[in-house]
Design a protein around this ligand. Sequence first.
Ligand code: URA
Length: 192
Amino acid sequence: MRELLEREMEALRIEILRCTLCGLHKHRKNPVVGEGSLHPKIFFIGEAPGRSEDAAGKPFVGSAGRIFDKMLESIGVKREEVYITNVVKCRPPGNRTPTNEEINACSKYLERQISLIKPRVVATLGSVALRWAGERFGIRQKGVSHLHGKIIHLDADYGRVFLVPLYHPAVALYNPGMINVLLKDIRKILEV
Ligand code: URA
């Protein structure tokens, strides 16, 4: 079973590396597929790679990544114990928000990551990821400012899921006081 999952994830990785489904492939250095445990304690969904992620081909390795690492550290969880990916796998130029067309084109990859990994705890980082998860898991759409730090119990097609909407870690780059909100919200995960 484990081997099959690893093989399917590897096939998906290769497909994403070759993807030309939307215009973002023209500007990218590297697609950022995602990384981490295939049996994760938490499955994190971000928005899209930034400059550092595009250069490294890895999620959350730039300045938002340093805040993300603090969040993980504060709950005693290591990167190897979680899975981290984004709604959109290639960097939008100038770090703009991905368009609906780009999100729709890329959605099938995140969908496959979720249906293969079947995560029990899904934490969204920011409004784009929350909107995507709301559609995927069929919950009423409310913004991250309403839902951050709450635990939403869901019956997904593969079983029970706890959805934990969080603000995007980059908010603390522009508003340093937000680090306290991020740290308080992520502690909620310890309840599940
Ligand atoms: N912001 C994101 O949403 N994802 C990353 O991987 C990096 C920054």
